[in-house]
Design a protein around this ligand. Structure first.
Ligand code: IPM
Ligand code: MG
Length: 351
């Protein structure tokens, strides 16, 4: 198959981890006889350093014309002053919004070979396989913001339509798994959550009667995620709750460096990125964990290019690398830590 992939490496460790994912995509391309046209474009602080906007219009155009986007990370210390008007983070928010990528799939899986990398007790981690679907283009992230000298506000708005499409996607994906759907909200306090709960209840009852739906408050969900993580199957939640909950969930496998994501809309175009940030403290040292980005490339193969076999093969490569004990520093290596490239090599050895 012929496919066009926009490569937005971005900032900090972004270029290092995406380089390994690209090597893996090239190996898949050769092995299966595909033709991937992979074109790099500047984004975030890297674009700002070139005197451009965080999301330059040629970069946005390249994304619009691509079949899929592989994204590294965004954010840099020199642009981290919260009072700056133009910030690198605006690029990823702009991409999600402009491309209509409203559903963010964040799988959280505990791999048996590295349970010891988690700060949690190993007996809690058996059979943990969670798919969090985070609403990505609404809520408090995108509502009107105001600021005076001594007050500020961020508006949280959700329309029925925005909730319905997440509820449907969650229920549809739950059907392909254990048919359990947990909707996370704060309906005891927030009006948007009350609407969220009302709509998810109706959609599941009328369109997916075979799916078991339960509702959980975000504070309770944050607790149960650590107390009984294997009970969760598919979780749907709004933008900010999903952001926070998935960073917490990354401690189940043991590192943000193991958690990929897929941002999807109504068409095939998707954006694939690790859920971790640009990690400026370790950038440029060749020690970052590339597995989350490689797993994101697998999601790219699965969801945008519909190459399920190739996706599963690439995921198998990461699992084999972990089973072979190839661990970057974040994964509590038993002996010496692997470099970013060595981790990539271990996946390539399998491929
Ligand atoms: C994420 C990140 C982003 C978010 C930041 C960089 C704007 O934390 O993708 O989880 O909050 O969505
Ligand atoms: Mg986040």
């Amino acid at each position: 198959m012929k496919a066009r992939i926009a490569l937005l490496a971005g900032d900090g460790i972004g270029p290092e981890v995406t380089a390994e994912a690209v090597r893996c995509l090239r190996a898949i391309e050769t092995r299966y006889g595909h033709n991937f046209e992979i074109d790099a474009a500047p984004v975030g602080a890297a674009a700002m350093d070139l005197g451009l906007e965080p999301l330059p219009s040629p970069t946005l155009a390249a994304c619009q014309h691509a079949d899929a986007i592989l994204f590294g990370a965004i954010g840099a210390l020199k642009y981290s002053d919260p009072n700056l008007k133009v910030r690198p983070e605006q690029a990823i928010l702009g991409l999600r919004r402009e491309l209509g990528l409203y559903a963010n799939l964040r799988p959280v899986v505990c791999y048996p070979s590295i349970v010891d990398a988690s700060p949690l007790k190993p007996e809690l981690l058996t059979d943990v396989d969670i798919l969090v679907i985070r609403e990505l283009t609404g809520g408090i992230y995108f509502g009107a913001k105001t600021r005076t000298v001594d007050s500020a506000s961020d508006l949280c708005v959700y329309s029925a339509h925005e909730i319905e499409r997440i509820a449907r996607l969650g229920a549809r994906l739950a059907r392909t798994r254990r048919s359990r759907l947990t909707s996370v909200d704060k309906a005891n306090v927030l009006e948007t959550s009350r609407l969220w709960r009302e709509i998810t209840t109706r959609i599941v009852a009328t369109e997916f009667p075979d799916v078991i739906l339960d509702h959980m408050y975000i504070d309770a969900a944050a607790m149960h995620l650590l107390r009984r993580p294997s009970d969760f199957d598919v979780v749907i939640t709004e933008n900010m709750f999903g952001d926070i909950l998935t960073d917490e969930a990354s401690m189940l496998p043991g590192s943000l460096g193991l958690c990929p994501s897929a941002s999807l809309g109504d068409g095939r175009l998707g954006l694939y990125e690790p859920i971790h940030g640009s990690a400026p403290d370790i950038a440029g040292r060749g020690i970052a964990n590339p597995y989350a980005t490689i797993l994101s490339a697998a999601l790219l193969l699965r969801y945008s290019l519909q190459l399920e076999q190739e996706a599963a093969f690439l995921e198998r490569g990461v699992i084999q690398a972990l089973e072979a004990g190839v661990r970057t520093a974040d994964l509590r290596p038993k002996t010496s830590a692997a470099s970013t490239q060595q981790a990539g090599n271990a996946v390539l050895a399998y491929l």
